[in-house]
Design a protein around this ligand. Structure first.
Ligand SMILES: Nc1ncnc2c1ncn2[C@@H]1O[C@H](COP(=O)(O)OP(=O)(O)OP(=O)(O)O)[C@@H](O)[C@H]1O
Ligand SMILES: [Mg+2]
Length: 429
């Protein structure tokens, strides 16, 4: 029975029962009065009907008022709740519709339910196309396994964030930052929201910054490298002149000449490799070899600053990391260059390579001017430099590159005593 029927039924029952009681009572009263007070009896007979209507009228008014008031109140509460719900829905709808990131609602079996305008713009597909297509066709073959892993983890209730390259409608690769967020409804995960940001342009700018910073270091190293090459050339010239004068062939001289030529070859090759425009390629890399090459190049710069540059390799066996060799060289050249530039006299810069559980640790320690606390906290900020000719990009780029390699950089320094830069990188088998 509905609430309205129940109320009407109760009022009707009340009316019938009170009517019946009134009939029985008023009859008894009439009987008693007819025998004793005739005048009162006529009066009662005349007005008993009106009395009944008045009393039941008042009672019915009170009852109906009470019930309908409660009913209307709860109805009004319901309407208010509905309005609030609609407002909330509009809130979320705005977040979805006007989001500057692409938002996709995806079911447990990987089907798109809805997508916002930015999502359509990033991928170049309309919502209807996306609803009917296999999303995995947007993912390059070698990335499918990875994205599936993230999707299933999100379905287990763990939100995921990662970077991935996707194809748009024109089959052009876009670099995106993507997250999967589980959708809980009644404590059950019914699918995921995927939030997508196109970072292709900012990634390109970053790469441009890294490569122009690299060209800037090469420019800065050129003078000292040319100087470094001139020394063996002078000695070669001396030996050739000697051999020309004496017209003799001396094996001892020949050996020295060969080693000088080899040194020129090594330094100039290193410079060329560093300057070559290459695609970023993460390969299995021997970290000691990278540091040896950095030391070879930076020896010239150290001579230029009349400083000593030492490499202390504490590893017993070669240790490999996954890295882009050129980018790592760029980092360590930047760090060593900063150390050499911080040195005034009796300068010494020591590179120490060691291993600690699962990571390699490279320390670059100098006895230069040091950095005070206020400046220490600003290191890595783009264009922050205390040098007349510094770009202030050396450390910015180094931080970025080490982060890309899954590593860390830590800088400790004491004013007037020196600075220690510690880089750690994850080791591979
Ligand atoms: N080993 C160090 N000793 C003292 N100061 C340092 C050292 N390394 C970095 N710094 C400080 O950090 C600042 C930023 O370094 P960063 O390499 O980013 O730029 P820069 O060296 O000034 O310019 P560029 O790298 O283009 O030559 C430097 O200007 C310097 O003040
Ligand atoms: Mg620098």
């Amino acid at each position: 029975m509905t609430e309205a029927k129940r109320i009407a039924f109760r009022i009707a029952v009340f009316y019938i029962i009170s009517g019946a009681i009134w009939i029985v009572l008023s009859d008894n009263v009439s009987m008693a009065l007819s025998q004793q007070k005739l005048q009162l009896y006529f009066f009662f007979q005349r007005y008993k009907g009106w009395l009944f209507i008045l009393v039941t009228g008042i009672i019915i008014y009170i009852l109906v008022h009470q019930r309908t008031y409660r009913l209307l109140l709860s109805q009004r509460e319901l309407v208010m709740k509905d309005v609030k719900l609609q407002e909330k829905t509009q809130h979320y709808q705005s977040l979805f519709q006007y989001n500057t990131d692409g938002v996709f609602e995806i079911t447990r079996d990987g089907k798109v339910v809805s997508v916002n305008p930015e999502g359509e713009a990033i991928l170049g597909f309309k919502e209807d196309d996306l609803k009917h297509m296999d999303l995995s066709s947007l993912v390059p073959e070698n990335e499918k396994e990875r994205i599936q892993k993230y999707f299933f983890a999100a379905l287990q209730g763990e939100p995921q964030i990662y970077e991935i390259t996707l194809f748009n409608a024109k089959r052009v690769e876009r670099i995106t930052r993507c997250s999967f967020i589980p959708i809980y409804i009644n404590e059950e995960i019914t699918g995921v929201f995927s939030i997508l940001k196109d970072i292709t342009e900012s990634r390109k700018n970053e790469e441009l910054l890294i490569s122009s910073e690299k060209m800037s270091i090469i420019g800065q190293l050129a003078a000292s490298v040319a100087h470094e090459i001139r020394n063996p050339l002078t000695s070669l010239k001396g030996f050739v002149q000697l051999m020309d004068q004496t017209k003799t062939y001396d094996e001892k001289y020949m050996e020295i000449m060969m080693s000088e030529i080899e040194r020129i070859n090594l330094i100039s090759s290193e410079m060329l490799i560093l300057g070559k425009k290459q695609d970023v390629d993460f390969v299995r890399t021997d970290i000691a070899e990278i540091l040896n090459q950095v030391v070879l190049l930076m020896k010239a710069e150290a001579h230029f600053h009349s400083a000593k540059l030492k490499f202390n390799n504490k590893l017993d066996n070669p240790v490999f990391i996954k890295a882009d060799p050129n980018q790592l060289k760029q980092v360590f050249i930047n760090i060593v260059k900063n150390s050499l530039e911080a040195i005034s006299s009796d300068g010494i810069v020591v590179l120490t390579l060691s291993r600690e559980d699962g990571r390699v640790r490279i320390e670059v320690e100098d006895n230069g001017v040091g950095i005070d606390e206020e400046r220490l906290s600003r290191l890595g900020e783009p264009f922050y430099s205390t040098k007349e000719k510094g770009t202030g990009l050396g450390l910015t780029v180094s931080f970025k590159l080490i982060e890309k390699h899954g590593g860390t950089i830590d800088i400790e320094s004491e004013k007037e005593s020196g600075t220690k830069v510690t880089v750690t990188l994850p080791v591979i088998d």
